[in-house]
Design a protein around this ligand. Structure first.
Ligand code: S3P
Length: 435
């Protein structure tokens, strides 16, 4: 794995565009593979995770063609008719979304597949995948400790299910919805806290009846029509620049055409709670079923805040960079109800504590989150991103905030950023220069 050096930045004045949303791109490819006919998707994320989804779908017999600029065309043959037994083990690489959503899609087809991934993915919890799919009549086996490799034997005629996941998870909800396309009646998922609804929006767009009542989602199987859409920019990638802008006094950062799905905009609420100026300009509804718009943040005085409950679900992937930002806020920032951070691409609670302390931040781990005291004068450090893309980019933000006289930071396994945002370090360097 390759390390990267990052120098401190004094101020940011930039208008930026980030690549297409990773979560929506996965869904566009998977739903497009199951819809009956040819779908067209624009601005598909170049993330390595999304490439893994595309390759796995191809291995299952899907015709999927990449054009320049993130445009993809793909064919499906309808639920239960689109995916075939692959000749190879499906390699989901680092991508939990690939493994979990694909398991749901495969469960509704008459095929058999093995799914594996890299060392990080093979440590992540997969019983949450096997349990609902088994209840629906598919055969799904995980290893004895509840992790991948996964063995999936699907059936094009599953039983409908009424499922309450133990942990709120958009991935688990989505895999049930995808399998439910091949079920014999209405399936329901009940979440304690509503998670991002990208799958529901896309399926509705394809003509499927998906009803949402608070945190309860019901789906009636039916025809899935092909679709055309442009994926909005990834707010989880934009978050690194927004937090950097908020941390550097006198800065202005404008992110263009980012996704504004309410299940993903918790980072904007957290920034506001910390006292940052956040201006959102929603675009008029366009061909995308997902809301999008421009977001501008200005840097200034910040105070500590509490991030808990449904706000955690709405910014789960942004918590590492929000913890970095909290080192610049006056007082205590408390992140609670976030035990799930330990089950991400790395144990993000212990990794953030280790990384922030190396930069001179004051941070403690809690069972279900983090406590950060600020403000701290960060200084350059050598830190290990543990092969976790969000940590690599969050630590790059810390390195950019570090005192100018402390020199360059070194981020080990920084190339993991490619998992969601291959051009991140180049875009960061350009943004910092552009003022
Ligand atoms: C995702 C959902 C979240 C998130 C992950 C992507 C998705 O995971 O952390 O990066 O695309 O549905 P959980 O569903 O496990 O909370």
């Amino acid at each position: 794995m390759t390390s990267r050096s990052v120098a401190p930045a004094s101020r940011l004045d930039a208008t930026l565009t980030v690549p297409g949303d990773k979560a929506i791109s996965h869904r566009a490819l998977i739903v497009g593979s199951i819809a009956r006919g040819r779908s067209y998707v624009g601005n598909v994320s170049p993330a390595a995770d999304v490439t893994a989804t595309a390759e796995c779908l191809r291995a299952c017999g899907v015709w999927l063609r990449d054009f320049a600029d993130g445009r993809v065309a793909l064919d499906g043959a309808g639920p239960g008719m689109s995916l075939r037994t692959p000749a190879v083990t499906l390699d989901c690489a680092n991508s939990g979304t690939t493994m979990r959503l694909l398991a749901g899609a495969l469960a509704g087809h008459d095929c058999t597949a093995e799914l594996t991934g890299d060392a990080s993915l093979r440590k992540r919890p997969m019983r949450r995948v096997a349990a609902p799919l088994t209840a629906m009549g598919a055969t799904v086996r995980v290893s004895p400790d509840g992790t991948a490799p996964l063995h999936v034997e699907g059936r094009s005629s599953l039983r409908a299910v009424d499922w309450t996941p133990e942990t709120p998870s958009a991935q688990v909800k989505s895999l049930v919805l995808l399998a439910a396309l091949s079920a014999d009646g209405v399936s329901t998922v009940r979440e304690r806290i509503a998670t991002r609804d990208h799958t529901e929006r896309l399926l509705r767009r394809c003509g499927v009846s998906v009803r949402t009542d608070g945190d309860v989602v019901s789906i009636t199987p039916g025809a899935v029509a092909p679709f055309g859409m442009r994926v909005p920019g990834d707010i989880s990638s934009a978050a690194f620049f927004l937090c950097l802008g908020a941390a550097l006094p006198g800065s202005r950062v404008r992110m263009q055409r980012v996704g504004l799905n309410p299940g993903r905009t918790g980072v904007l609420d957290a920034l506001r709670d910390m006292g940052a100026t956040v201006v959102v300009e929603p675009a008029a509804a366009d061909e995308s079923a997902e809301p999008e718009g421009d977001v501008e943040v200005r840097g200034g005085a910040l105070q500590g805040t509490v991030i808990a409950g449904d706000l955690v679900t709405r910014c789960i992937d942004e918590l590492p960079v929000l913890a970095v930002l909290a080192t610049q806020a006056e007082g205590e920032t408390l992140i609670r109800d976030a035990a799930e951070l330990r089950a991400k691409e790395s144990d993000r609670i212990s990794a953030v504590v280790e990384g922030l302390r190396a930069f001179g931040g004051v941070c403690e781990a809690a069972d279900d989150g983090l406590v950060v005291q600020g403000p701290s004068r960060l200084r350059a450090a050598r830190v290990d991103a543990r092969g976790d893309h969000r940590l690599a980019m969050a630590f790059a933000v810390a390195a950019s905030i570090a005192a100018a006289d402390s020199g360059e930071s070194v981020i080990e396994s920084a190339d993991s950023a490619a998992v969601s945002y291959p051009a991140f370090f180049d875009d960061l360097a350009r943004a910092v220069r552009s003022r």
